[in-house]
Design a protein around this ligand. Structure first.
Ligand code: ATP
Length: 379
């Protein structure tokens, strides 16, 4: 019999919350996970991803809500009684035990027959392709190999749910890419249900069936990669989905969802995601690849969308260019040629690709972070 995931129909997080001394780390998380799904919890540092995962794992008690599997509470169970597998960022292997012993450890704790342990360990070792390393100690393996051991150790227990907390962040870029594919392959071939914490948007988009974007402990949006990528619900989600340019503007005209917004002579036409009115403060989100750089035309001073080239980076097939708007905002754009630093350029964008969101009062704080970054670029 092959290693297979324990079965259930659905896992439900119902109003799950956790606070630390009155400070909310996670607020009212509601999520229904179907068996076999790969869910990514995505968000910046401190948004509550690990708190959510640790609540699921039973490493942190909830302060609000319930966790249910097929309708039965599991948040009241001890971590070891939940039947979940965990994979951590730092591998958490036993350094004095061989790879084989590390993988067998959980099965031995369960006092399974020796033959059964042998069979399952061999199979798990083959799954993560570590046959040649079974007698080594973790310290004799590379980071990627150690993380494979940690994954084998989790799946050998045939868990009904696998929880992974930034498992690839200690690996170099090339290995991270390989391991993404590997984890996804194991997830599919073993029929696992996986909840995966990451701050890496690309990792989440490429691996997960659905993403949960968190910010300050609160869910911003839940959806498939395509849904989030194409239709982020607010500027924070947009920011995470590659809309690297966030501009604070004031609406000057509205025609249905087609709007014009301006800031100190810099004017953009865009598409309103939520209803806005003339005079409203808004945040426009644009992907670097959607801002086209053209040489500033004659009489450039009349052109409202002229910016000055301030950074040029070579990225192989194209250049990543930083341009500064008249109000001092740094925008990231792509270009197939290298414009000269200090030269004026004109920026163009398809209005359908410029998403306009109503301003959120907490944007002011985020903006000041961007201002500081800009200040660093200038100095
Ligand atoms: P990172 O990617 O940096 O690990 P995260 O999104 O996983 O961040 P959490 O570790 O879940 O974030 O933390 C969420 C918030 O809860 C943070 O503000 C953090 O400071 C706070 N927090 C987490 N653990 C504790 C704790 N044991 N005591 C007090 N505050 C905590």
């Amino acid at each position: 019999m092959a290693i297979a995931a324990g079965t259930f129909e659905s896992l439900e997080l119902r109003g799950v919350g956790r606070s630390f001394g009155g400070v909310d780390a996670l607020v009212d998380l509601n999520l229904m996970v179907r068996a076999g799904e790969f869910i990514a919890l995505l968000g910046p540092s401190g948004c509550g991803k690990s708190t959510a995962l640790n609540c699921l794992a039973g490493l942190l008690p909830l302060t609000h809500g319930q966790i249910l599997i097929d309708g039965a509470r599991v948040d009241t169970l001890a971590a070891e009684d939940r039947g979940f597998g965990m994979v951590f960022q730092n591998y958490a292997l036993f350094p004095h035990m061989s790879i084989e012993k590390n993988i067998a450890f959980g099965l031995e704790m369960r006092r399974l027959p020796k033959q059964e342990i042998r069979r399952r360990v061999d199979e798990a070792v083959a799954l993560v392709k570590l046959e040649q390393h079974v007698h080594k100690l973790p310290g004799q393996l590379s980071g990627g190999q150690q993380q494979r051991v940690a994954i084998a150790r989790a799946v050998v227990l045939e868990p009904r749910l696998v929880l992974m907390d930034e498992p690839l962040s200690n690996l170099d870029a090339k290995l991270r890419l390989e391991m993404r594919t590997e984890i996804r392959r194991l997830h599919q071939s073993l029929g696992l249900t996986t909840i995966y914490v990451t701050h890496d948007q690309e990792e989440a988009l490429s691996m997960a069936d659905r993403l949960v974007v968190l910010r300050d402990g609160r869910v911003q949006q839940i959806g498939t990669p395509a849904e989030l990528h194409d239709a982020p619900r607010n500027a924070h989600v947009a920011d995470f989905m590659g809309y690297r340019n966030l501009l604070d503007l004031v609406i000057t005209s509205v025609e249905g969802t087609s709007v014009t917004a301006t800031d100190q002579g810099f004017t953009l036409r865009g598409t309103a995601v939520d209803p806005v009115a003339v005079g409203d403060r808004v945040r426009a989100a644009i992907r670097p690849e959607d801002l086209v750089v053209v040489p500033a035309s004659e009489g450039a001073s009349d052109n409202t969308n002229v910016a000055t080239v301030s950074i040029v980076e070579y990225h192989g097939r194209e250049f990543a260019v930083g341009v500064t708007t008249p109000s001092g905002r740094l925008l990231h754009v792509r270009s197939d040629h290298a414009p000269a630093i200090g030269s004026p350029v004109e920026l163009r964008a398809d209005p359908a690709r410029v998403l306009v969101f109503p301003s959120d009062p907490s944007d002011a704080a985020a903006l000041s972070v961007e201002e500081r970054e800009l200040e660093e670029v200038r100095t």
